[in-house]
Design a protein around this ligand. Structure first.
Ligand SMILES: [Zn+2]
Length: 82
């Protein structure tokens, strides 16, 4: 069971990487229209692409439904050897 490190609530939801992917995709869609103002459109597309690229790495993002804290889920590291 996952527990919030701040308030101890167990109402914890994982925010999948698809959240970032969709956000990046939307940003790119908007930015294509903003290409009429090239610096803005290009900046938006780059930002959208960056979001889509980082989305697979944002998989372990967790959020507490009670206090809205977000943090990264750390896998229990098995202490090998020693
Ligand atoms: Zn909390």
């Amino acid at each position: 069971m996952l527990i919030c490190p701040r308030c101890g609530s167990n109402k914890v939801e994982s925010r999948g990487g698809c959240f970032f992917f969709v956000a990046g995709f939307c940003l790119m869609g908007i930015s294509i229209w903003l290409l009429i103002i090239p610096p803005v459109g290009i900046a938006g597309i780059i930002l959208g692409l960056a979001l889509m690229v980082v989305s697979p790495f944002a998989k372990n993002q967790l959020q507490c439904m009670d206090c809205k804290k977000t943090w990264k889920y750390q896998k229990e590291k098995e202490k090998a050897g020693a």
